[in-house]
Design a protein around this ligand. Structure first.
Ligand code: 13P
Ligand code: SF4
Length: 331
């Protein structure tokens, strides 16, 4: 006999003290089951305020970890502990190497303020927190970098070089990327680690040219994880929530091509919204979570044998929490 996953998920959600959380990039059928949805910043905030002791997080690993760091008393399960490919590009030792790179080029450690994009492991956030640094997301990076600069220190931005460069550009700051050409920390305000999101690298200038030729009045809206030359050639750049707001506020007849993950753009589509890529921009790890996984995870709580629980070491929680709370105190 086959299981009606949707009906079972609804039953379990009614019975258990659990909140199901879903990022915008989740498959539609999973996303529809979520009690809380949003971009990374909204999810962190909403989970912190939520009262249920159990969280089932449909997203990628760093998101579930962030809930555990902000609210350690909660039991956080993930239907799939899928790791964001960008977050995987940096660990504690790469972080230390980046700090050493700057120290070796004449910037004392106490003059470095690290900022990590939320798309990073809790151990990296902990290192950042221990050095007095902060977390940022794609929706608040401008304010966090602005705040960081008030310290008079050099900003070490990890792991996304695109986000770091895009916000530095929009603020009129000088940036460089460690390992790319001459990156002299003395000459730059924002020194970026060389990480990136492979999904957002799919969007090209050719894609933009194609749409602008086809529909001269079209607007191009992209996520700031795209390459700086793509952001530069676009009409708008913003986090997933900001992209949704931008598209919703356009005149219904205004055509727009959006450069971010496929599931979100497909959900936005109302006739005049296009996916800005000739290749389907799917995030493989976000797409790993299925309805069956969500059902099995909720069922494991009912059966008192929880699966895929997020565990973060107490010391990591302590320092990563500092970095996250510093962000939440600003925006
Ligand atoms: P948002 O913070 O905009 O939700 O982005 C998360 C992400 O992983 C984008 O690739
Ligand atoms: Fe990570 Fe990119 Fe997927 Fe976002 S789209 S979760 S940055 S791999």
């Amino acid at each position: 006999m086959s299981i009606d996953y949707k009906a079972e998920i609804e039953r379990l959600k009614k019975k258990l003290p659990v909140t199901v959380v879903g990022h915008f990039y989740q498959r539609d059928e999973v996303f529809e089951m979520a009690d809380i949805t949003g971009d990374s910043l909204e999810l962190a905030r909403k989970c912190k305020a939520d009262k249920n002791p159990w969280v089932v997080f449909c997203g990628v690993g760093f998101m579930g970890q962030s809930v555990k760091v902000i609210a350690p008393e909660k039991r956080v399960l993930m239907p799939k502990i899928a790791c964001c490919a960008m977050a995987r590009m940096i660990d504690g030792s790469y972080f230390d190497d980046s700090v050493n790179y700057m120290v070796e080029r004449g910037i004392p450690k106490e003059n470095i303020l690290p900022i990590t994009y939320i798309n990073s492991d809790a151990t990296v956030k902990a290192k950042v927190g221990e050095m007095g640094g902060m977390v940022c997301t794609s929706s608040n990076a401008y304010k966090i970098i602005e705040k960081g600069l008030e310290s008079g220190k050099k900003i070490l931005f990890v792991p996304d070089r695109c986000l770091g460069q895009n916000f530095a550009n929009s603020m009129g700051l000088k940036s460089c990327v460690i390992g790319q050409g001459e990156c002299d920390p003395k000459e730059a305000d924002v020194i970026c680690f060389d990480g990136f999101c492979s999904v957002h690298q799919l969007f090209t200038l050719d894609d933009i040219e194609f749409y602008r030729n086809k529909f001269p009045e079209i607007k191009i809206a992209v996520h700031p994880e795209c390459d700086p030359k793509i952001v530069e050639a676009s009409d708008f750049a913003g986090s997933t929530s900001q992209l949704i707001k931008y598209v919703n506020e356009l005149d219904p007849n205004q055509k727009v091509a959006v450069g971010t993950e496929y599931n979100l753009v497909n959900r936005m589509r109302k006739g005049n919204t296009y996916v800005l890529s000739s290749t389907k921009p799917e995030c493989p790890t976000m797409n790993e979570t299925t309805l069956e996984d969500l059902y099995l995870t909720l069922k494991s709580i009912e059966d008192e044998k929880p699966i895929n629980e997020i565990v973060v070491a107490p010391d990591t929680i302590k320092y990563a929490n500092l970095a996250l709370e510093r962000m939440l105190a600003i925006v």
